[in-house]
Each structure stands twice: as C-alpha cells, then as structure tokens.
Design a protein around this ligand. Sequence first.
Ligand code: ATP
Ligand code: MG
Length: 312
Amino acid sequence: MTSRERRIADFIEPFRVEPGSKVNLAKDFDPGFRGTIRSKKRGRKLLNQGVELLAEYQSRLYAEHTHGVLVILQALDAGGKDGTIRHVMTGVNPQGVSVSGFKVPSNEELDHDYLWRYGLRLPARGEIGIFNRSHYEEVLVVRVHPELLERQKLPDDSRKGLWRRRFREINQWERTLSDNGFKIVKLFLNLSNEEQRIRFLRRIDLRDHNWKFSAADIREREYWDDYQRAFSKMLSRTSTEWAPWYVIPADRKWYARIAAGAVIANTLMEIDPRYPKVGKDARAALQKIKLELEAQAAEGAAADPFEEEQEA
Ligand code: ATP
Ligand code: MG
C-alpha cells in the first residue's frame, strides 16, 4: 500500500459501519463531523486531488473490463445526493458511467419482484453505475409508509418476517454481485434535522431553487424519527464484509463530497484495475501494420478510385 492509499483508507475508516454492529444513528454518527479537515479551502484541494485520482482509476477500470462498480446513494431530501454525484464524477469519462434515479415504482415495476427494476440498471464490467436512491428504498420509505407495501401485490404468505427477509435477500443479492466482480459502494449521506430545515428554507427563498422543493418534502419531514429508525436498522442489518455501509457526514456539502469521493476512490484502489498488457505476438503484428501504414505514405498519390476521369 502506498502512503497515499494508506491516507485515504485511514480517512474513511470512521465512516464505515462495522458489519454485525448495532447502529443507533442519532448517537453513533455526527452529521457535522469534519475530523482534521477544518477549512473549506483545504477541502477543495483534497476534492480536486480525489477527482483526478478517480478519473485515472476509472480509465483503467474501463480498459481492463473485468470489474464493475455500483455506487449507491441514500439520503433524506436535501441530503445532497445530486450535488455529490455532480462534483465527485466530474472528470471521469461519461462513456463509462451511468446514473439511475429511482422514484415511486410504476405499475409495470410493481408487477415484478421488488428487486427487478434495480437489476435492470446494474453497471456492466468496466462501468461505474450510480444509483440515486436504490433497492434500499424497499426497506426505508416502504417501511415508513406501510400503504406502499400494500401496492406491491404480495401474496399473503410472504408477509411474515418480511423486513428480516428483505435484509437477507438484499445481502445475498449483493453477495452474488460481489462474488462475480461487481464491487458495491454504499453511501448514506447523514443530514441533521436542523440542516435539512435550513436547506428547505433556502430552496424556498432562492427562486432558482424553487423547483427542487415540493410539498411532499415537508410531509416526509414529519416522519423524521421513523426514518432515523429505519436507517439505523438498515445500517445494522445490511453492512456486510462484501458491501459495507459508509455513513457520510453531510451537514457540510464540501465535506460530504470529499468523503464520498474518498470512499469511491478507495474501492477503485482495492480493485486496482490495470491496462491490458499486449502480448509479444500481438506487438509483432502491430509493428507489421505500422510498416504497412508508413509504406502507404511513401507511395504517396496512389490511384484514387473516386477521382473524376479526365475529359479526353
Ligand atoms: P430530489 O432530491 O431532487 O428531490 P428525489 O430523489 O427526492 O430527488 P423525487 O422525485 O423528489 O426525487 O422523489 C422520489 C420519491 O420516490 C422519494 O420520495 C422516494 O422515497 C420515492 N421512492 C423511491 N423508491 C420507492 C419505492 N420503491 N417505493 C415507494 N417510493 C419510492
Ligand atoms: Mg425529493
């Protein structure tokens, strides 16, 4: 491990949810945490370094074409998911990245099992896929609002122990992905109640931000405590060795972006993708083609089949 890799690994360690631990979100994680990075200015420098690192690793991931990366972002409204995606992924080649947002499921989606629509959006090998909200909504919003479960058309005998089963199924699903070359990065942007209030007010006060605010957001805010409980359970039950959760302190947007970028960079460092090496025979073949291409230049004005015939 290089010293830079060690620094990144140490930096993200406090955000990692130890698999098997019981999380109490309100007590265990501080949304205002900023560790040793005290200023936004220093933060910006680190973010830029992180962005460069990501671009380099993504290029290798794409070329190697063996692993894929799935980044999952969960947060309450105004948690900063969109901004995090924008800032962290600037600089990477758009060809290798896809972003999928998940809203209230459509009728067609409800006619399938609950994991179906997420499976359709998984990244391929060589790609980074970002989920803006994810299958975790199925144990969050659906748990906080039981009427959403009613719409899922489940048979009666599958209701018993439903949440425990979903946690198990999600863990197994992620295990399958991980065993087959797809690394999963799970980021929960942890916002405080007070900071959400301030961000909502800002969305109302700034005209250009009005579109981001909906009356539904203020209704969801009333379920704050229920969500904190649902998040705590989700973190306790689905942080695994193969796909651990990271709780990102999100009250300062700049800090959240550095932290999210560092977790993604760390994952890519663990994969350590390499540009494919070209073998001896293939290199010899390339040299031969090179000679042919050079010879074509020497022949210069070879007959051009498209040249107009000269009038006699
Ligand atoms: P923004 O941050 O810009 O508001 P958003 O991700 O909140 O973006 P919205 O269109 O506001 O997008 O909200 C999507 C809504 O869909 C959320 O309230 C979310 O809880 C809900 N949703 C997502 N997945 C499911 C699901 N499986 N079942 C029910 N509701 C879901
Ligand atoms: Mg919203």
